[in-house]
Design a protein around this ligand. Structure first.
Ligand code: M6R
Length: 634
């Protein structure tokens, strides 16, 4: 989703901004822009240069190359359209009528219509359809008012203007502001949208995500909710929402947080699918080292108090993370014996179930920045606190791939899936990492609650240790098989994915992957539901992809697949080879593993088939239309 980069220092700002924006490209965007300020008189008015372009970042860099954008202070933005089409006039920076104030914003200003009307009534004419444009106009109006009250042009004046204006805004935002009259001041602010300050050598930076900073500095100061900061060449002044000066020590970025290259793969998504054996291997090494006793079968970073009294679990997540949560719920209920519910975070926010005591709430978000998931967790925290739940402060757990994210600062317990940065918009290796996190929790809870025998715990642990190797051989083979099969989907418009039990969420995930990157309509169903309606969709043009793993529902799934075949569906099986599975017109074979660990493998053909279908169609796989990697607005 929208990305912000800002810099003030001794180097030319434009190349740094472009480099920072490039690191944020993976979040998804449809236009980009930057503004720099060149000091033309010592301690006087600067020149604001603003360049914006629809489409890819290369369009913006060509503009900058051609016309230049001088100055050591600047702000940059990649925009994912919310208010107004992805056109140049709606790209950021947005400016006030004087053209001296420029603003980039990530979020949604919910009262923008009201503010716009108010400003229009005062004679302000708007040049875009964005919610953001009210901000530079409001800052311009506030600066004028303060100057007529005797305020002297300075960075501090700009800071105060932004502090005053942000009080008028409702909604979630992160923003960066420059003013041509203060070529040595950059003001940034955030409320419920991420923003981090980077302390570089001879420069300060600001960005909405760490990859944009990691190439310049590893010393970061994440801004807290409601904070506003003034950045000058001399230092940082940080204020909380009440205007009180804040002092905090910066922290160090760990790990590789900048976007790495594609190596020899055609797309990041393919590379990330191929990285899954490493994700699993690292997880085994961290959490399932050899020699752990069945009474304590996994190494997890929580102390005893975390587990005390948990009687039920609720999982909040969106998209692919919710599918991982559904597999997690299956494991926590069926293996560990803990009643568990899964919610769309966006629904939970406004219709949470009645409070039940002794409940652990798990938020699953690979980015750690999904607005709905963060808000649902915050809402749950607040209502438990208000209700006097004695454990309200400790009963939340976040499962994420980004330990420096807002999630990690918001919840008290974090399980890091450690998959390394994922660039492709379609989540793959992070889904696997989330699944593995739930296997770890299920093993842990089963051992603590004694809901499984030692033998069962040892057997699941041992099977999980084999997963990296299974994945290694599976990915290699399925890459080729899926590529061959993809040719059959040239004219396909609809696909149905079937699964049951622990593989039902994988059918949902298969359908989501296909929709996201190939733009083919796809639906995932629990196989037994077919005959209650969806079977009406079946005809020879609709492929049915059925996940059938030996276990409790194997025969049932095969019967459901037969029902589709009887109606001339092209049947593709994700199942072990053998006489029982020769009903399929094509087979994407899996090794015969236990049903319980099968989702870790059955998801691979889903990912690779979607990938090759989209590649065959020549689509933009890593940045599919309309999608964003980090969904930071509601
Ligand atoms: O960062 P999150 O895990 O919270 O993201 C949630 C969804 O936006 C995400 O899983 C989305 O569905 C992916 N594009 C799926 O591939």
């Amino acid at each position: 989703m929208c990305g912000i980069v800002a810099v003030i220092g001794s180097r030319e700002a434009a190349p740094l901004l472009l480099e920072g924006l490039r690191q944020l490209e993976y979040r998804g965007y449809d236009s980009a822009g930057l503004a720099t300020i060149q000091e033309v008189e010592k301690d006087g008015l600067g020149l604001l240069s603003c360049k914006r372009a629809q489409g890819k970042l290369n369009n913006l860099s060509s503009l900058v190359e051609k016309f230049g954008s001088p100055g050591h202070l600047g702000i940059g933005h990649t925009r994912w359209a919310t208010h107004g089409k992805p056109e140049e006039r709606n790209a950021h920076p947005q400016r006030d009528i004087s053209g001296e104030i420029a603003v980039v914003q990530n979020g949604i200003i919910e009262n923008h219509r009201f503010l716009r009307k108010e400003l229009e009534a005062e004679g302000v004419s708007f040049s875009s359809e964005t919610d953001t444009e009210v901000i530079p106009h409001l800052i311009g109006r506030e600066l004028k008012r303060m100057q007529s009250d005797g305020g002297v042009i300075s960075g501090s004046l700009l800071l105060t203007a932004v502090q005053n204006v942000t009080k008028e805004l409702t909604g979630a935002y992160a923003l960066a502001v420059v003013w041509a009259r203060t070529p040595e001041a950059l003001v940034v602010a955030r409320r419920q949208a991420p923003l981090l300050i980077g302390l570089g050598e001879g420069e300060f930076l600001c960005a909405s995500d760490t990859p944009a900073l990691a190439g310049f500095t590893r010393t970061i100061l994440p801004m807290e909710d409601g904070e506003v900061a003034l950045l000058t060449p001399l230092g940082i002044e940080l204020y909380n929402a009440e205007g009180k000066r804040q002092q905090r020590s910066p922290s160090l970025l760990t790990g590789i947080d900048h976007v790495v290259d594609k190596r020899n793969f055609r797309h990041f998504m393919l590379k990330e699918i191929h990285e899954q054996p490493d994700t699993a291997e690292l997880w085994v090494a961290r959490h399932l080292p050899a020699g752990l006793p069945p009474t304590s079968p996994v190494a997890l970073p929580f102390d005893e108090s975390f587990y005390q009294g948990i009687e039920q679990i609720q999982i909040l997540a969106c998209g692919t993370s919710r599918h991982a949560g559904m597999v997690g719920a299956y494991l926590l209920e069926q293996f560990a014996g803990i009643p568990t519910s899964v919610f769309y975070a966006s629904e939970f926010r406004y219709s949470a179930p009645p409070l039940a005591p002794n409940t652990l709430t798990i938020g699953v978000t690979q980015s750690g920045e999904t607005a709905d998931t963060l808000a649902a967790l915050a809402m749950e925290f607040d209502r438990r606190k208000a209700n006097g739940d004695p454990a309200f402060a400790s009963r939340q757990l976040g499962i994420t791939n980004r330990v420096e994210s807002s999630l990690a600062r918001q919840v008290p317990n974090i399980l890091d899936i450690g998959a390394g940065i994922e660039v492709g918009v379609a989540a793959t290796k992070t889904f696997l990492g989330q699944l593995l996190a739930f296997y770890a929790l299920a093993l842990d809870f089963a051992a603590r609650k004694k809901s499984r025998s030692s033998d069962e715990i040892i057997s699941l642990s041992n099977e999980l240790r084999l997963v990296p190797n299974y994945l290694r051989s599976l990915i290699h083979r399925h890459d080729q098989l899926s590529e061959q099969l993809a040719h059959r989907f040239t004219d396909t418009q609809d696909v149905i994915f079937l699964g049951r039990g622990i593989n039902y969420p994988i059918a949902l995930e298969g359908a989501l992957k296909l929709k996201e990157i190939s733009y083919i309509h796809a639906e995932g169903y629990p196989a037994g539901e077919m005959k209650h309606g969806p079977i009406a969709l079946i005809d020879p043009r609709v492929p049915v992809i059925s996940i059938a793993m030996p276990g409790m529902v194997f025969e049932k799934v095969l019967s459901n697949a037969q029902e589709a075949k009887a109606r001339d569906a092209q049947l593709i099986g994700v199942a072990p080879e053998g006489p029982a599975t020769d009903i399929f017109d094509a087979l994407l074979p899996l090794p015969e593993v236990s049903e319980l660990i099968s989702p870790l493998l059955s998801v691979v053909p889903m990912q690779l088939l979607s990938y090759h279908i989209a590649a065959h169609r020549g689509l933009d796989i890593d940045q599919p239309r309309n999608l964003a990697k980090s969904v930071t607005v509601e």
